[in-house]
Design a protein around this ligand. Structure first.
Ligand SMILES: [Zn+2]
Length: 395
C-alpha cells in the first residue's frame, strides 16, 4: 500500500506531498482508496460530501464500527499524517481476516475529504459538512487561491456538489469511530511507548491579520514618511511568540502575503495568518487577545489600518470517556495524551462516540517531509487498531 501511495502528489523538489482537496493528486489518492476497497470485496461508496466509505456488512444495520482518516496533505506534507490511519485501517482488516474474526457489527473504512484545509483555508471540510458544522452556504463561498470555489473544484474532480450538507442519517448508523494517526509531538517518544490513546483535542483557530499601509518607493521615501505595514506585522509575530510562551500555549504565523510584493517597494498590505492553540479556552482567549492588542498598539503607532478576522475555530474536544476507557481496557492501559492538532475525529465527536490512537513519531516532526514513524511502530499501530476493532465489532 505504501509503495502505491508513495508517488501520488509528491513534489520532486521537496520530497513532500501536495495532495490538496479535489486536485489531480487527490483524485489519484481517492482512486487508490477505491481500488483497495474493491480488492478486498468491500462495498464502496462516496457520500454527498465527498467522503469515501468501504463497507463490510450492511451499512443500514446500524451501530457500525468505523475507522479511517484522510489522504489529503498540507503543502509539502509528510507521508504519514492522514495516510497512516487509512493504510492501517485496511491492514487491520487484513489482520482480522487472518485471525478469522467474525464481525457482529458492520465495519466501515473511511477517507474523509479535505481534512487539512490547505486549498480552501478551512480544515475538516468533509467531516464538518457531514456533521452539520459547516453549512452548504458557507461551503459554497469557500475559494482557493485562484478564486475557484469549492463546488467548482468538486465538479471539476467529478463529484456532484449539489447535495453537500449535513448527513445525520449516515452518522446515526455509526456506533463508534476510531481514527489512528501519527503523533504530532514527542509524548510517546518520551514515554517510550509505540501507541497511545487521545484524551482531548486542544481548542484551536485561525485568524487573519490585515495590515494596510501605503505603498511607496523603497529608495526615495524617507523612513519618517513611511506607513510600512511590514513593521507592525513583524512586531505582531514577536508578540505572538511572547504571549504563547507566557500562557504555555502555541501561536504561529506560518503564512504571509505581501502586496505589491516587490523588493524595492514599501508594502501597501501585509496579510498574516495566525494559528493558535492552547490546552483550554481561557488560555487560548488570553493568547489571541494579547496578540491582537499588541498588533493594534503597533499599528496605531505607525499609522497602519488593522483588520483582524477569525477564519475558523474549533472548541476543545474531549473524546468520549466510555469509548476511551474501552480502548484502554483492550490495549492494556497505554498512555493517554492530549493533542494540539485538529482531526476529523474531533469534528465527528459531536455526533458519534469517537476515539483516537496515536503512533509514536520519533522526532515529533509533522506537516513536513521529515515526518516519520518506524516500521515496527506502524505494525504496532495496526495490531492495536485490529485489537480495538475486534473488541468493538466482534464481541
Ligand atoms: Zn491528519
Amino acid at each position: 500500500m505504501w509503495r502505491e501511495l508513495k508517488p501520488l502528489g509528491r513534489a520532486a523538489e521537496s520530497g513532500g506531498y501536495r495532495r490538496y482537496a479535489w486536485t489531480a493528486a487527490d483524485t489519484d489518492c481517492r482512486a487508490w482508496f477505491r481500488a483497495q476497497a474493491e480488492s478486498r470485496g468491500l462495498a464502496y461508496e462516496t457520500d454527498r460530501n465527498g467522503n469515501q466509505w468501504a463497507w463490510l456488512g450492511d451499512p443500514l444495520a446500524g451501530d457500525a464500527v468505523v475507522t479511517g482518516s484522510h489522504l489529503d496533505s498540507v503543502p509539502d506534507g509528510g507521508a504519514f499524517d492522514g495516510p497512516l490511519g487509512v493504510v492501517s485501517a485496511f491492514a487491520a482488516l487484513d489482520e482480522l481476516r487472518g485471525r478469522g474474526a467474525r464481525f457482529g457489527k458492520p465495519l466501515a473504512l473511511t477517507n474523509f475529504g479535505d481534512e487539512e484545509g490547505a486549498r480552501f483555508g478551512l480544515a475538516c471540510v468533509g467531516s464538518r459538512l457531514a456533521a452539520g458544522q459547516l453549512t452548504p452556504d458557507r461551503a459554497h463561498a469557500l475559494r482557493d487561491g485562484d478564486g475557484v470555489t469549492l463546488p467548482q473544484a468538486m465538479e471539476a474532480a467529478g463529484h456532484d456538489p449539489s447535495a453537500i450538507g449535513a448527513d445525520p442519517e449516515r452518522l446515526a448508523r455509526i456506533g463508534a469511530f476510531v481514527e489512528l494517526h501519527v503523533e504530532q509531538g514527542r509524548a510517546l517518544d518520551l514515554s517510550g511507548d509505540p501507541v497511545g490513546i487521545a484524551s482531548a483535542i486542544w481548542p484551536h483557530g485561525r485568524w487573519r491579520f490585515d495590515f494596510h499601509g501605503e505603498a511607496n518607493h523603497a529608495g526615495t521615501t524617507r523612513l519618517a514618511d513611511r506607513r510600512d505595514p511590514m513593521l507592525s506585522y513583524a512586531e505582531t509575530v514577536l508578540a505572538a511568540r511572547r504571549e504563547a510562551e507566557l500562557a504555555g500555549a502555541l501561536a504561529t504565523f506560518g503564512k504571509v502575503s505581501v502586496e505589491p510584493n516587490g523588493v524595492n517597494a514599501i508594502p501597501s498590505l501585509v496579510r498574516g495568518w495566525l494559528d493558535s492553540r492552547a490546552a483550554d479556552q481561557p488560555a487560548l482567549d488570553t493568547v489571541v487577545a494579547g496578540i491582537e492588542r499588541a498588533a493594534r498598539e503597533s499599528a496605531d503607532r505607525a499609522g497602519i489600518d488593522l483588520r483582524v478576522v477569525r477564519e475558523s475555530f474549533s472548541p476543545v474536544v474531549e473524546f468520549q470517556h466510555a469509548l476511551r476507557d474501552e480502548l484502554g481496557r483492550i490495549l492494556g492501559a497505554p498512555p493517554v495524551l492530549g493533542t494540539g492538532a485538529g482531526h476529523d475525529a474531533g469534528i465527528l465527536s459531536a455526533s458519534v462516540p469517537t476515539a483516537m490512537l496515536f503512533v509514536r513519531n520519533p522526532t515529533g516532526v509533522s506537516h513536513s517531509p521529515a515526518e516519520s514513524a518506524t516500521e515496527d511502530d506502524c505494525v504496532a499501530g495496526i495490531l492495536a487498531l485490529a485489537d480495538v476493532l475486534e473488541g468493538l465489532a466482534c464481541s
